[in-house]
Write a protein that binds this ligand. Sequence first.
Ligand code: 4NP
Length: 154
Amino acid sequence: MKLLLVCLGNICRSPMAEGALHARLQASPFAGRVQVDSAGTGDWHVGEPPDRRAIACARGFGVDIGAQRARQLQAQDFHDFDWLLCADRANVRDARQRAPAGMGDKVVLLLDWSGVMPDGEVPDPYTGGPEDFRQVWRLVDSAAQAVVARLATR
Ligand code: 4NP
């Protein structure tokens, strides 16, 4: 299975979600069977590492996301990935606009699809402070744990 985490800039939420999910998978029996990547609907930060606050937050939870580099969502991603897991509803809308015909249903909300929170969104921490980043980490790590638990029951 291949999962793509999607947010707006690909420097805060989706890199943290990618890091949390990768770490949870590595510590599970599914290491190597699920591939994880992330992308942004916007192109402002393409090629950049995650936001320094996101890197610091993830490090505080024991996960190194510093080697990630931002990229923009491409039409090819809809062919390459089974699910595109979005942080918020604007990401869902923007991602579906890029979907090749018939592939829009691959675009879902991360917190909803994982079962953490029906219709739940991961709030954008970009203009926030350290506690906002920690709240993002708790949400995306809850989703990561739920995804691993779901794999275990398939
Ligand atoms: P992200 O946060 O979508 O979680 O990566 C943002 C990062 C940058 C911008 C917006 C959101 N921006 O407008 O540059």
